[in-house]
Write a protein that binds this ligand. Structure first.
Ligand SMILES: C[S@@+](CC[C@H](N)C(=O)[O-])C[C@H]1O[C@@H](n2cnc3c(N)ncnc32)[C@H](O)[C@@H]1O
Length: 289
């Protein structure tokens, strides 16, 4: 098993952004409180072993398992893997190899430390890399998953192109997305620009309600959060809870399955059809944490 500090060829993460995520992961690693509140908010749908910092629940794990359609021994990439539970769980379930990456060195260290609980030595590797520039080889992956991380990329169009670039012909990219009801999703155009086909759009009707329960718990436990995570991290969480709660009734959450065609065009080459980099037409997409 390897734990490279950086990936060859990848641009290093912007230090300030990486440092924010390092602080986020380091604070959560110090306490079981955040995981307990996730468990309470998700109830029976909480996959405790995975312990994600996201909307990952049993229905999502089931959907991803079915949509990936991977064969034993193939390579799965977990993009924005956090502490690694989702990729590790899927890799064990599907008998595949795993590469996980995240912008946070702290998260990658934790993912590496957990890998032995799920997989035998040599089946998983983790590295520090960005969604927009992974440094991984073209066509290396038979499946890519990206759970509640795409909305954090500085340039989502570029991130979809980059994750699409990793897909072997016929392979799939599964990504959680959210949009305000009544607005036109950008994912069709982003997929086309990356040379991918939208194969499935699976609705996740329980996702906004899960965030609502979690945010109310965060607000109810504000004092404990401050005590256990420190002022800064607690302030980030409580600010997010107050900001996002009112938007949840209008939120539509989905799991997208994007596929690279089996006979792939030589290059996506769709730069002229792409939305301007860095433009986020619908910021309701930003996924809570
Ligand atoms: C909400 S967490 C989800 C983590 C994990 N996928 C899960 O479901 O538990 C978002 C993750 O994205 C990572 N992240 C944020 N911006 C990133 C970027 N530009 N490239 C790679 N990872 C990024 C953060 O460090 C964090 O671990």
């Amino acid at each position: 098993m390897t734990h490279p500090a950086t990936v060859l060829g990848a641009a290093p993460p912007a230090p300030a952004v990486a440092a924010q995520y390092d602080a986020f992961h380091a604070a959560r690693a110090r306490t079981g409180l955040v995981a307990r509140l996730y468990a309470e908010a998700l109830g029976e749908d909480y996959p405790a072993e995975v312990a994600a910092s996201s909307s990952c629940d049993w229905p999502l794990l089931g959907l991803m398992t079915a949509r990936l359609r991977m064969q034993p021994g193939q390579l799965l990439v977990d993009a924005g893997c956090g502490t690694g539970g989702i990729g590790l769980w899927l890799a064990r379930a599907l008998a595949v190899r795993l590469v996980g990456f995240d912008i946070s060195r702290v998260a990658v260290g934790e993912a590496f430390a957990r890998s032995g609980q799920f997989l035998p030595p040599g089946r998983a590797a983790f590295c520090v890399a960005r969604l927009e520039a992974t440094g991984l080889p073209d066509g290396c992956a038979h499946g890519v998953v990206c759970v509640d991380a795409l909305s954090r990329a500085a340039d989502r169009d570029q991130a979809v192109r980059e994750l699409g670039r990793l897909l072997a012909p016929g392979a799939r990219l599964l990504v959680t997305r959210a949009v305000r009801r009544g607005t036109e999703p950008v994912w069709e155009a982003q997929a086309r620009a990356a040379g991918l086909i939208v194969e499935h759009v699976d609705e996740r009707p329980g996702e906004p309600g899960m965030w609502e329960r979690l945010y109310r718990l965060w607000i109810d436990h504000a004092e404990e959060l401050r005590r256990e995570l420190g002022e800064d991290q607690a302030a980030n969480m409580l600010g997010e809870a107050h900001r996002v709660l009112p938007t949840l009734p209008g939120r539509r959450a989905v799991l997208l399955t994007l596929r690279r065609p089996v006979a792939s065009p030589a290059a996506p080459g769709a730069a002229d059809t792409m939305a301007r980099p860095g433009r986020h037409p619908d910021d309701s997409e930003r996924t809570p944490q």
